[in-house]
Write a protein that binds this ligand. Structure first.
Ligand code: PNS
Length: 163
């Protein structure tokens, strides 16, 4: 059985992420969506909240499941018996950021990275931009599932109120 890991912060999950997971699920027998923590990014949602949102978002993909992880993504891949990491590439900037990590990960444990070009309609979508636009009252409904939009709106209102 072929198994791949799709790692990310998913803070929050976007349609861009979901496109990559769905396409990875057509290439591999099983896909594990791995929800991690990127210490260089500020988080709006906690790890359990991000896992819950992803579980709901990928419920229609029968060969995909969600796990939280800490530590090295290569160690997580080994624990899961995954031979590949799947990442979406939106731009040459993504490629420059991802390539050294792909080299490091194959050097560490032999796990390969498969890059999928992001769907053209999603190539400008990132969780960070979605959060920024939403925080200033912009309409991000086209970029995230409806229930994520609700959670985002609620969380931003709580933050604005100082909660
Ligand atoms: O969506 P992001 O923020 O790009 O996701 C980043 C994440 C969590 C997938 C990445 O930071 C990660 O893989 N962290 C685990 C630590 C690790 O393995 N670092 C070495 C990479 S060569």
């Amino acid at each position: 059985m072929s198994r791949a890991v799709c790692p990310g912060s998913f803070d929050p999950v976007t349609h861009g992420h979901l496109d990559i997971v769905a396409r990875a699920a057509r290439l591999f027998d099983e896909v594990v969506v791995a929800v991690g923590v990127n210490p260089s990014k500020s988080r709006l949602f906690g790890p359990d909240e991000r896992v819950s949102m992803l579980e709901r978002a990928i419920a229609d993909i029968p060969n995909a499941r969600v796990e939280g992880f800490t530590g090295l993504v290569t160690d997580f891949c080994r624990e899961q018996g995954a031979e590949a990491i799947v990442k979406g590439l939106r731009s040459s900037g993504d490629f420059d950021y991802e390539l050294p990590m792909a080299h490091m990960n194959v050097a560490l444990t032999g796990v390969e990275t498969v890059f999928l070009p992001t769907a053209t309609g999603q190539s400008f979508v990132s969780s960070s931009l979605v959060k920024e636009v939403a925080a200033f009252g912009g309409d991000v409904a086209a970029f995230v599932p409806g229930f994520v939009l609700e959670a985002l709106t609620t969380r931003l209102a709580e933050r604005a109120a100082g909660a």
